[in-house]
Design a protein around this ligand. Structure first.
Ligand code: D41
Length: 670
């Protein structure tokens, strides 16, 4: 586009461009220009407006953040009340809802519904007059809310001016303000770094941000918005006759709607939508607490009307709650493989996130202090997806007078060895090492695990049983287990015992990196173990290596070198290694490859998507065997991306950074 001659023309041109880019980015989810270009235009507009203040208008994209903080929020009366939603707590209640509607309509045919994710945020109403945003309010009690116009204006996905020129004189849109999980995580990271209080969940963070008197703070919180219905709209605009088409009209006017919204047929359609969203709940970028089912036909909506403050034609079908209240009955300290003592909350059992929870992690003593939690407290427990249940906060008002402080233990609860806390670490540790049966046990579980010695059928439970019965006290004892003694165990039987003995026997043939990893040296994960193994070639070379020599291995710093050294300096450990090898643990010698045999040395690859005929880990192994590094994410340092079918964000990133993209053919050619 050529530059306009007059500042006024250019100002209008810039505003139109910026509004278009915003719409493409936030509403269509199709970014059309790089951020740098967008910023350049915005700066140009700012400069022009500064030079010509008379050209500033309140709907200019530069005018999102007002200058002055509010002193309080004024009341706003909703012209049309903001209704609430009835809940259906389970499928049965939803089926009853569907049935009630059919009865009322006296018609048994399937109803067309619109299914929407139920965003966990705050309902707001936004009013446009003559296409310009003039007022925004919280839902409040449905009749009267608070004027939060200043704060709503800071939300980039909400246009200050409606798109096109065919808008009603008055247009009121309603929707949910929420915070993306990624924004929430970033916000809490910043808070933690600054030693400030963290937010409990994205909803609270969104609420806190919307209730800021200073819109500058709200602006920094990057809130999001999806519209879900219209309020009062002037009659000069022809409204569609279904809810779904009205959502499309909202979108055409420039406001974002959720792209998970779907039209379905009947109660069954709603239920399958519910299940498919529930399954993807963790992957969604925002938190939802259920789905909302709405009758699509406005005509039928009007026939049904509403009771009290809730429409008869809509219902929130809730997911199992992810947060619940319960009582902290005690704290135990669990001893891990490296001696770390983890405080575990013992809870009054509570149904949360679809399962009954009686334990939750408290991470470490710092976390206990941060929460300010005592035994006897009523706490909020959160269980999201498959993650370990967490204690998120304490309800101070419910603290009983006899609440007990949680003390840092001075001795290991298992072996009674002294507990120490290293400088600068949040973790406290049992100093017992292999004397501590808990540490031994965890070490054996790690040794047997899939990525280590991969002893099939030897799970955590069985290790606990073996050690309780005194059948194993060390790693090497595993290879001394006899078929007879295993078969005698309850629920074991001859066949299972035989399978286990065979699996143990089979595990003796391993690789050097796996063996090194299996030893469970602190801070030595799979990658470090591989680097060390490939550097020293033999176990004796590692046992005899100095700290300096260890530090010359890629990715090995003073801390890892120290842990490796002190592991082998402990006689119990070096004897274990000797015994394991005497009992038959072996691996093929590592080949001394010359530089010419490692054609990909110094190169870094990223693998993404579905590769035909080869798994991602096979591809990774192949690349590494030729000397390449395989990284998890694309950066400027990436040599090339190997992309299979359905490659997503990594491919996009590679293209943005101009990084070479290769296909499966490249791998096969190696
Ligand atoms: O996502 C939501 N939280 C959501 C809330 C939604 N998708 N749709 C909603 N629809 C309505 C009606 C049917 C009354 C227009 C709602 C809400 N209400 C609502 N949010 C808070 C109270 C009511």
């Amino acid at each position: 586009m050529s530059k306009a001659t007059f500042p006024e023309e250019r100002v209008n041109q810039l505003r139109a461009l910026i509004n278009d880019y915003n719409y493409q980015y936030y509403v269509l989810d199709e970014p059309s220009v790089p951020d740098s270009e967008y910023d350049r235009l915005l700066r140009e507009l700012q400069a022009l407006e500064k030079a010509h203040p008379d050209l500033i208008s309140s709907d200019s994209p530069t005018q999102r953040v007002g200058a002055k903080p509010d002193t309080g929020f004024a009341e706003v009366v909703h012209q049309l009340p903001m209704l609430s939603l009835d809940n259906a707590m389970n499928e049965l209640e939803f089926k009853e809802f569907d049935k009630r509607i059919k009865n009322r309509l006296n018609d048994d045919t399937d109803i067309e519904y619109v299914c929407e994710p139920k965003l966990d945020g705050l309902a707001v109403s936004i009013l446009y007059e003559n296409g310009v945003l003039v007022q925004a309010a919280t839902r409040g009690d449905g009749s009267v809310g608070e004027n939060i116009t200043q704060n709503i204006r800071t939300i980039k996905s909400i246009p200050l001016k409606l798109r096109g020129n065919n808008w009603p004189q008055r247009f009121e849109v309603r929707g949910e303000v929420f915070m993306l999980k990624s924004t929430f995580d970033k916000l809490n990271q910043q808070a933690r770094a600054a030693g400030a209080k963290t937010f409990v969940n994205p909803r609270n963070a969104a609420a806190g941000s919307l209730r800021q008197l200073d819109p500058n703070i709200t602006a920094q919180r990057s809130l999001s918005f999806y519209a879900y219905s219209m309020g009062l709209v002037s009659e000069d605009f022809e409204l569609a006759d279904t809810h779904f088409q009205r959502l499309i009209q909202i979108k055409q006017l420039g406001l974002p709607i959720c792209d998970e919204v779907q039209v379905v047929k009947g109660m069954q359609g709603c239920l399958s939508y519910y299940h498919s969203i529930l399954e993807r709940r963790e992957q969604l970028p925002y938190e939802i607490d259920g789905v909302v089912e709405k009758v699509n036909s406005i005509d039928i909506q009007e026939q049904l009307g509403f009771v009290a403050r809730a429409p008869r034609w809509a219902v929130a079908l809730k997911f199992p709650a992810q947060e619940e209240l319960t009582v902290l009955q005690g704290v135990d300290f669990q001893v891990g493989r490296t001696g770390a003592l983890t405080p575990v909350a013992r809870l009054r059992p509570i149904f949360v996130g679809g399962v009954t929870v009686s334990n939750a992690t408290l991470h470490n003593m710092d976390e206990i202090e941060r929460l300010g939690v005592k035994i006897g407290d009523t706490v909020i427990i959160r269980r999201a997806g498959d993650v370990i249940p967490q204690v998120v906060s304490v309800i101070p008002d419910k603290r009983p007078i006899d609440a007990q402080t949680i003390d840092t233990p001075t001795n290991c609860p298992v072996c009674n060895s002294v507990v120490e806390r290293e400088q600068g670490e949040a973790v406290i540790r049992c100093t017992g090492g292999l004397i501590c049966s808990a540490q031994r046990n965890e070490a054996i579980k790690h040794f047997a695990s899939r990525k280590a010695m991969n002893i099939d059928g030897l799970g955590d439970k069985l290790v606990d049983i073996f050690s309780q019965l005194g059948m194993i006290n060390s790693l090497s004892d595993l290879y001394r287990l006899q078929h007879q003694e295993i078969a005698q165990l309850e629920r074991m039987g001859d066949k299972s015992a035989e399978n286990l003995v065979n699996a143990i026997e089979k595990s003796k043939a391993t690789t050097f990196p796996k063996f090194l990893y299996a030893l469970g040296i602190r801070e030595v994960g799979e990658v470090t173990a591989k680097n060390i193994a490939n550097h020293f070639f033999t176990i004796d070379a590692i046992i005899n290596a100095t700290k300096q020599e260890l530090e010359s291995v890629e990715d090995v710093g003073p801390v890892v070198a120290h842990h490796v050294r002190s592991f082998f300096d402990n006689e119990l450990n070096s004897n274990q290694v000797k015994e394991l090898m005497e009992l038959g643990v072996h691996w093929p010698e590592i080949e001394h490859k010359s530089e010419t045999e490692l054609p990909l040395k110094g190169k870094t690859f990223v693998v993404t998507g579905t590769l035909e005929g080869i798994s991602r880990s096979e591809a990774k192994a192949k690349l590494e065997s030729l000397g390449a590094k395989v990284a998890g994410s694309v950066s400027k340092k990436t040599t090339a991306l190997i992309a299979g079918a359905n490659a997503g964000s990594k491919l996009k990133k590679a293209e943005e950074l101009g990084i070479q993209v290769l296909g499966i053919e490249y791998l096969l050619s190696l």
